[in-house]
Design a protein around this ligand. Structure first.
Ligand code: SAH
Ligand code: SF4
Length: 341
């Protein structure tokens, strides 16, 4: 049996052809799965019974059901157990009436292994499939109208580029949930091949880069990934991306006490930001059990950067009390008290 979730329109057309179902019905099938969010092929009432039966012989529609769900004032965190028993987390943020944002995972764990990030401490388990990425969105879309998507949950999206971009295409198309490309942000630690490919994507998708530290050595120590390109290499790739797309990027900056929150850090962060058309987003550090970091001087950095004419904001840290904030997603049922393995 094969999953219909995760198939794009071309693939559904090919399936129709193979099964002898009229090609124009592919759109109806796509819409039923990706817009009406049906979970059972018996709901495909626009198909003849015989066609539906044929489809059901080889296909099913997968769903993600949470093994655990935690709620705070403005967030809901769902822990999903995947078909192979692996766990991922997805966070729904309901901060404002007109803005309902979903923070999506792209991988189980993460290969990069940043010292300050709970996901990084898990190591890399595997990439999520297109269906698993869509499944996170569709679970929440059944209860809320989602306006924004951010790939800022577990994993490095550019190390699962093809599945992430295919899921985005399916989410963006008007016979799907029709989520506007400019409301979708992909956040990367700076994977050059991903930035280059993203520059070729025709849509108005947004890119965010996690700088971590403006000083090379500190950055490498904190991130600890051997294949990491230098800051200058990444800036060059981002500049090229901007010359092609004319799109402003966000520089994300998690502020760690005594590590990257001094005035010289702010000066150098500003110098890097000025080389690009960018907006700086300072992220207050969120702690996880076993981590030795503490929250840095966010307001000092904000004041310096703003006084120097740099477009800077501070990210609201939603959902800390249920470990749903940035960097706290570790895919552990009931995070507090559990040991990572
Ligand atoms: N792998 C991608 C996307 C997921 S992380 C990336 O690193 O960009 C999303 C954001 O959360 C990044 O900017 C990262 O620096 C930040 N982050 C990670 N751990 C954090 C923590 N403990 N507190 C606050 N932000 C954190
Ligand atoms: Fe991976 Fe991003 Fe966490 Fe670093 S911050 S370990 S790149 S998810």
């Amino acid at each position: 049996m094969e999953d219909l979730l995760g198939k794009d329109l071309n693939e559904i057309q090919a399936i129709c052809q193979e099964l002898g179902v009229a090609k124009f019905k592919a759109k109806e099938i796509f819409r039923a799965v990706n817009q009406k969010l049906i979970t059972n092929l018996s709901e495909l009432t626009t198909l003849k019974l015989e066609e539906r039966n044929k489809l059901a012989e080889s296909f099913f529609i997968s769903t993600l059901q949470p093994a655990n769900r935690e709620k705070s004032a403005e967030t809901i965190k769902a822990l999903f157990c995947l078909a192979d028993g692996k766990l991922i987390e997805t966070v729904f943020m309901d901060a404002r009436e007109e803005r309902k944002t979903l923070c999506l995972s792209s991988q189980v764990g993460c290969l990069i292994g940043c010292a300050f990030c709970a996901t990084g401490q898990l190591g890399f388990k595997r990439n999520l499939t297109v269906a698993e990425i869509l499944g996170q969105v569709y679970y929440f879309a059944r209860e809320h109208k989602i306006s924004n998507l951010v790939f800022m949950g577990m994993g490095e999206p550019f190390l699962n580029y093809d599945n992430v971009l295919k899921a985005i295409d399916i989410l963006n198309i008007e016979i799907g949930l029709n989520i506007a490309a400019r409301k979708i942000v992909v956040s990367t630690i700076g994977i050059i091949s991903g930035i280059e490919k993203f520059a070729q994507a025709s849509k108005q998708l947004r890119l965010a880069w996690s700088l971590v530290s403006p000083f090379e050595q500190t950055r490498q120590q904190l991130i600890g990934y051997a294949g990491l390109p230098t800051i200058q290499e990444t800036v060059a790739a981002l500049a090229k991306y901007q010359s092609l797309t004319k799109r402003r990027i966000t520089i994300e900056y998690v502020v760690l006490d005594g590590i990257n929150d001094s005035i010289p850090d702010a000066v150098e962060l500003g110098n890097i930001a000025k080389q690009l058309d960018s907006h700086i987003n300072l992220i207050p550090y969120n702690s996880s059990p076993g981590q030795k970091f503490t929250r840095g001087k966010v307001q000092n950095m904000l004041a310096y950067l703003k006084n120097n004419g740099l477009n800077t904001t501070v990210r609201q840290s939603l959902g800390q009390e249920i470990s749903a904030a940035c960097g706290q997603l570790a895919g552990l049922p009931n995070d507090s008290g559990n040991q990572r393995t």
